[in-house]
Design a protein around this ligand. Structure first.
Ligand code: SF4
Length: 422
């Protein structure tokens, strides 16, 4: 059975040190929710998102106060050793802000333009042309990001009218989806005609319903060779937002569609913005597209796990592994592929433990209070007593050192996903 994912061949877009498209890894993006005019708060949040794993970060550039601070935000990040590319999100007045604040235009690595919010008629065309020419002048990439909630109304009307006059009219929903795709493709063609190379253009067509998103992106992918940014817009809060985004993006990623992703989660009040980065990484890692942090395989627990020892160990191991990654990423290349199993009893415990790099099978209710530990499929040691968690962590640390340190047999493993050739 062939379960291999093949990436869709696209124009490859270079955004500073980040490569996007074709067989480049699918890139994780995020967006700040600070006031961009507050340079310090924005720079700190970009850094936080970057440390969580966001490889590009988008910031709102919505008024002169924000635009005036973009270069300072870039400088603050550089001073903190954070080279994550910044994307400027422009709506309604982007051309004015880029004209008035050339330092902002230079400091950004990519501009996000929404054709539905640039302007109407010849005035809108002029503004769009200015945005594109500015990007071309400074060598910046552009994402032409069409959104269901702000679709170009004149285009939608034109297409609706043509549909009504046709012999076999489609449903209004079908026309709206088609209008999203046409808006993205026509805008991209205009940008190319204005002098922006195809390898500076990324497209997105975001909608908020899972099936619509899948349908729109399949069609968009079939009709062009541009790199595509994926995201379910307005995904929502908590598990709903995570599940909806995962459902939509997984189908597309499985088909090789999608070169950058963002998970648009609404955070709980006061909660960290980094959740959307973690979810994006987990989607890519659980699908086998990329590895970011060692994975913990844990059983859900059941009536056989009456104490909280098992849950605490699974949680502590996952947290420990994630916390180490800032250092381990540099010290132990390839460690992100490590797989650790934490199982609650002997029913599936030893089996899952043997399949992982390291696994522990804790004693279930009524079982002898011992915990066999498996390393590379072999039973290495049996832990008992009150110190099992610390002893297990010591085994994990030793395994990482031996296998991913200098000369380790698992060091530097890199997963490469091939592109489609047909
Ligand atoms: S492995 Fe054991 S404890 Fe875990 S869910 Fe299965 S039966 Fe329950």
């Amino acid at each position: 059975m062939n379960t291999q994912i093949l990436r869709r061949p696209t124009h490859q877009v270079q955004i500073d040190h980040v490569n996007v498209g074709s067989d480049s890894p699918v890139i994780v993006q995020s967006m700040t929710n600070t006031d961009t005019a507050d340079a310090q708060a924005t720079a700190l949040q970009v850094k936080e998102l970057s440390e969580a794993g966001s490889e590009m970060v988008r910031i709102t550039v919505n008024n002169p106060e924000s635009a005036a601070k973009v270069a300072e935000i870039r400088q603050r990040l550089d001073d903190m050793g954070c080279n994550t590319p910044l994307i400027g999100d422009f709506h309604f007045n982007g051309e004015r802000l880029l004209a008035e604040f050339p330092d902002c235009a230079k400091a950004l690595s990519k501009y996000r333009i929404n054709p539905g919010n640039v302007g109407k008629g010849s005035k809108g065309d002029e503004k769009f042309a200015f945005l594109i020419r500015t990007a071309a002048e400074y060598g910046k990439a552009v994402r032409i990001g069409v959104n269901w909630g702000s679709l170009d109304q004149s285009l939608a009307k034109r297409m609706m009218d043509a549909n009504l006059a046709s012999a076999n009219p489609k449903t209004p929903e079908e026309i709206m989806k088609e209008a999203l795709i046409v808006s993205a493709l026509e805008s991209a063609q205009k940008a190319v005609d204005l002098g922006l190379p195809e390898n500076k253009i990324i497209l997105s067509c975001k909608v908020s319903a899972v099936q619509d998103l899948i349908q729109v992106y399949r069609e968009l992918a079939a009709r062009c060779s541009y790199s595509l940014h994926l995201g379910l817009t307005e995904a929502g809060m908590g598990s709903k937002g995570i599940v909806a985004s995962t459902a939509a993006l997984s189908v597309l990623l499985q088909e090789g569609i999608g070169d950058t992703i963002r998970i648009s989660l609404t955070p709980e009040p006061g909660a960290s913005r980094t959740k959307e980065v973690v979810v994006a990484q987990e989607i890519l890692q659980t699908m086998g597209l990329r590895s970011f942090t060692p994975m913990v395989t844990a059983c859900p627990g059941c009536g056989r796990t009456t104490s909280t020892v098992f849950q605490e160990l699974a949680r502590d191991i996952q947290q420990y592994l994630r916390d180490q990654m800032a250092v381990w990423r540099l010290q132990y290349p390839g460690v992100e592929n490590l797989n650790v199993a934490v199982m609650g009893c002997v029913v599936n415990g030893p089996g899952e433990s043997k399949l992982a790099d390291i696994g522990i099978s804790l004693p279930g209710t009524g079982e002898t209070p011992i915990a066999p530990v498996y390393v590379d499929g072999e039973r290495k040691v049996t832990l008992k007593g009150d110190n099992m968690a610390a002893e297990f962590l010591a085994i994990v640390r030793e395994y990482v050192e031996v296998n991913y340190g200098e000369g380790g047999k698992k060091r530097d493993y890199r997963r490469v996903i091939p592109i489609q050739t047909a």
